[in-house]
Structures are given as structure tokens and as C-alpha cells.
Design a protein around this ligand. Structure first.
Ligand SMILES: [Zn+2]
Length: 292
């Protein structure tokens, strides 16, 4: 059953759209216009009294109702896409990764209550100070297996998967291949972190990186985080036409104006660190007025 039909009329897929074996519930087509995502979960939890720097797994174990309330507030604000709190629950980083993936998927399912698509979030493999570029072959193998196993576990509980907050496009490409191996028919988003100038941290052009990810099978592509909303805005502008785009900029000056502008270029649009449900309300209203 489509989880959204209770509240939204979901248009039939355009007959001209390419045939796909993917889960038909996942909106990878543009028929609905820009779709609003949630904002920064860590920011929302801080506002609910969870101390800054608390690991995500501790959120799940000690503050599950705060996570659920924060996610519900984004859906109530108008988000129709919600990311699970599973960013660091990879087998090589978290000894209780299976339990944490299950808890986070349950919380997001309850918070959305059939009103939003769930995106299973998976992050980079490194601990603090570790990078894909400097990792040896056995470390890279361990991270790759981790992404495959996590996708295998989380995939059936969500509508799609999102590889988010990747600084290194090569690492994101490796994660994409690993996730597609486990879940070949599931929609996968790749989301890189740009610099404030809109380029990538290794100096690469964002368009070049997204084209490589598109060729490797990414269904939706884009950017998240940064220190201001400008980096994601500039990167998205440089990538028009590459494929369905995804943007979750960090908060900062001109955030709401940037979100509204980004909605014109993006298939999925929300926020990252510093973006609250109040910002998502403004975005959702604008999208509803402009793209109704
Ligand atoms: Zn962020």
C-alpha cells in the first residue's frame, strides 16, 4: 500500500518515463515537483535538551521519544521525506548496529505515521581522522562490507537509501556500489558535502563528481551540510540537468531564501545542521504555493 495515499493523491507515473524494476512507491520521477525533506535532527534534539556531541546511537538508546518527536515535528511542518537516525550504525563502527538500525527505522515509521517516505541514512566509513584516500586495502574492504550489510538490513524497512555527508566523492562511489550490490532495485541517493565555494573538498568540480555517481547508478544526486547555505546552493546550480537533484544545506544567513530558490532546481529539498522545523514550514508553504 502506498503510505501517502491517505493524505496525498500521488499521480501515476508518466507513461513516457523509463520502465524500471524499482519499488514503485519511491518517487524518483519529477511528477510531484520538489518534495520537502526534514531539517537537522541533531539541531532539533539539542533544542529538546539532548547535550551537544551526544552520539546518534545514544539518542536511540536513551532519548528515543525525543528522536520521534523531532522527526514528527518535521513531518507536521510539511516534510514528506524523513531520514532515519542511522548515519553511524555501520557494522565496523557500532557493535550493536543491527539493533540500532531496527530501532531507528521503527522510530521514523512511528514519527511519519504513513505521511512521509523514509530514507535510510548511511554515512562515511571513517572514524575521526580516518579518510578513504589514506585507508589501506583491508580497511576499504571492511568499510565496503559494512555499507553492503547495513543496506541489506535497513533497506527493507525504508523506501530508499541515502548515502549522505560524504566529503570524498571516491568514497561515496565505493559506498554506492556496495549498497547497490545489496539492494539493486532500491532507489539510492548520493549526497556530498561541498565547500563554501561550491566545489568539493578535493578541488573537484561538483558536476564531474555527480556525473560519475550517476553513471554508477545513483538515482538521485546532490549535496548536504557545509558551514553556510551557500556551498550547497552553488554546487546545485553547477549540476543542473545531471539528474534528479537533492539538497540539504546547513543553516546560516539567507537560509530560507536559499531553500526556496533551491526548490526550483531540486527534486528533494530540506536542511542539515542548524535547520529547524520552523524553516521547513516556510519551505513547505512556499513549495505548496509555487508548485501546486
Ligand atoms: Zn550538517
Amino acid at each position: 500500500m502506498d503510505p501517502l495515499t491517505r493524505r496525498w493523491r500521488v499521480p501515476a507515473l508518466d507513461e513516457r518515463a523509463p520502465k524500471s524494476t524499482r519499488d514503485p512507491d519511491v518517487p524518483i520521477h519529477a511528477a510531484l515537483g520538489p518534495k520537502v525533506l526534514d531539517g537537522g535532527l541533531a539541531t532539533s534534539l539539542r533544542q529538546r535538551g539532548v547535550p551537544p556531541g551526544t552520539p546518534i546511537t545514544t539518542w536511540l538508546d536513551e532519548h528515543p521519544s525525543a528522536v520521534e518527536h523531532a522527526q514528527r515535528s518535521f513531518v507536521d511542518a510539511g516534510a514528506i521525506g524523513l531520514l532515519t537516525a542511522t548515519f553511524r550504525s555501520l557494522p565496523h563502527l557500532d557493535s550493536e548496529w543491527e539493533r540500532h538500525l531496527d530501532i531507528a527505522a521503527d522510530i521514523a515509521t512511528r514519527a511519519s505515521h504513513g505521511r512521509a517516505w523514509l530514507w535510510g541514512s548511511l554515512g562515511p566509513g571513517g572514524r575521526r581522522g580516518e579518510s578513504w584516500r589514506d585507508a589501506d586495502a583491508s580497511t576499504k574492504r571492511a568499510w565496503t562490507q559494512s555499507w553492503t550489510r547495513a543496506a541489506d538490513r535497513l533497506g527493507p524497512s525504508v523506501h530508499g537509501l541515502v548515502l549522505e555527508t560524504f566529503i570524498d566523492p571516491d568514497e561515496c562511489l565505493a559506498a554506492l556500489r556496495a549498497v547497490k550490490e545489496a539492494r539493486p532495485d532500491q532507489a539510492v541517493v548520493t549526497s556530498l558535502v561541498p565547500t563554501d565555494s561550491g566545489r568539493l573538498h578535493n578541488g573537484q568540480s561538483p558536476r564531474h563528481a555527480l556525473e560519475a555517481l550517476r553513471l554508477a547508478g545513483a538515482d538521485i544526486l546532490g549535496f548536504n551540510c557545509g558551514t553556510t547555505p551557500e556551498g550547497v546552493t552553488l554546487a546545485i546550480r553547477a549540476c543542473r540537468g545531471v539528474g534528479p537533484l537533492w539538497a540539504k544545506p546547513a543553516g546560516g544567513r539567507n537560509l530560507r531564501q536559499r531553500l526556496v530558490e533551491l526548490a526550483d532546481d531540486c527534486d528533494w529539498i530540506g536542511g542539515c545542521c542548524g535547520v529547524t522545523y520552523k524553516d521547513i514550514v516556510v519551505l513547505a508553504r512556499s513549495v505548496a504555493e509555487t508548485h501546486a
